[in-house]
Design a binder for this molecule. Sequence first.
Ligand code: ATP
Ligand code: MG
Length: 581
Amino acid sequence: MTKDMGTDSVNIETPNETQDAALPVNFVQNIISEDLAQGKNQGRVHTRFPPEPNGYLHIGHAKSICLNFGLALANGGLCNLRFDDTNPSKEDQEYVDSIMEDVRWLGFDWDDRLFYASDYFEHLYEYAIQLIKKGQAFVCDLTAQEIRDYRGTLTEPGQESPYRNRSVEENLDLFTRMRAGEFPDGSRVLRAKIDMASPNLNMRDPVIYRILRATHHRTGDDWCIYPMYDYAHPLSDALEEITHSVCTLEFSDHRPLYDWCLDAVDYSKEAQGRPQQIEFARLNLNYTVMSKRKLKELVDQRYVNGWDDPRMPTISGLRRRGYTPEAIRDFADRIGVAKRNSMVDIGLLEHCIREDLNLRASRVMAVLQPLKVTISNYPEGQVEWLDTDNNPENPDMGTRKIPFAKVIYIEQEDFMEDPPKKFFRLKPDGEIRLKSAYIIRCDEVIKNAAGEVVELHCSYDPESKSGGATAGRKVKGTSHWVSASHALEAEVRIYNHLFMTENPDDEEEGTDYKAKLNPDSLQLLTGCKVEPELAKAVQGDRFQFLRQGYFSVDLDSTPEKLVFNRIVSLRDSWAKVAGQK
Ligand code: ATP
Ligand code: MG
């Protein structure tokens, strides 16, 4: 076992100049490159992604998945998927299934390397017996509160437990009986015997086993004692021969305990090498929360419609909303891997999906708030099928036909009866061009009894379509439209930030994060009119609705009632910044 685990090498931050262009540029890769150069771990690179199955994965986990699987791929190594299931009261098979689905959807593969910490319960128990025999663990009868009281503070050393010097025999006897179920929950724990005066609180005789009667989603009622994360994690890593155990910054202070477990336990018969813990900064995104506890609370208390609500920062929520795995991987790439926590603007994530869909989503016409337009001089009953590009930025996507007829819909906001000066859309006696069709002039405004505009009577210039004598005639505005008799009815869901403030987790004002939920995070538009082409759309298809944004076909969509999610608007405050990238 190598004991000089390079905790000092964790401080390299600048990219290595001689680095292979294909390798990721981040400090974890630098550590790996150095380890490989020194022939550490027999030249192996083996990482793992270790979720606890106590909730659905979020975009922060996606960062960790991309990093761990990405490092393995780039270095010819392997990455395991390991469920860190040592806390049965909060874990569930539903979460296991959703996590596997999400990792696969993101585009990563663990092959046959699917593991569970619970697979190691017997090993972990044996290791605990080993520690007891070596005098490095003891059964403690203090209550949880007493353990806290004895623990000391950052400035004061802790106090040793009166049970700390039990004999090996007594400890073996009690621990065996803990396993056998002789004692009530919480009445005793097994603690590592380290140092109650350590400046690191995690090293003050940490609890490594507790008694808990809870049915485990895999081991059922086989066990009534469960190992603690800080003990189970390093040893699970060791058993899987992980070389680089990448985790988030809050575990920095736990690293001495991670190393202590690896030193104290003799696992070398089962495994080669020794894992090294490396910490990186977790992803924080503004206008959302990212803790599973809080996300679960939003689901359980029905602030949102489930884990896959398109407003959620969960991978399943982003998927349902219409995000692509490519966009999420691109995002993970752009945010990089740092050693200091920071807040990432959600605008960057939105930029990534726009970039991805720009060249591959078909552009179609959808009128979200329809205003009826009758074209007085257009022949009754006539239908023309006009050509239009599927994506002018990607000619390979071809063209399609759209029907034009006497009655059409335009967007309500594309007409103003009494517009300000620079309004380049339709107004009384004004003209606009209808996208891929004709120029129309507004001749008459029809209102209802309440004085609201309900219809326009217009006339069209028959020579103004493509190929016509006045096709090149310039008018200031172009509007999207659909033929009324051909249009399909749709419901459109527009999402806004889930929270009103940038950092809802910031509870300094003493308010709960839920008080900052955005009451307008979901805007439901019914009676929208979309072009008939969309009859072919199936769940998950993505489109650009001209001038409106990118949209996806929702899970709730049926041929009778189409339902679309707005993935993102077209406005992009990141384009300029990213252009300099
Ligand atoms: P949460 O705090 O959101 O409940 P967690 O850390 O408890 O998350 P785990 O299931 O333990 O969730 O996480 C699995 C892996 O994902 C861990 O290695 C963890 O460090 C990493 N991870 C969790 N949240 C983030 C994040 N916001 N950014 C990057 N990595 C994260
Ligand atoms: Mg965790």
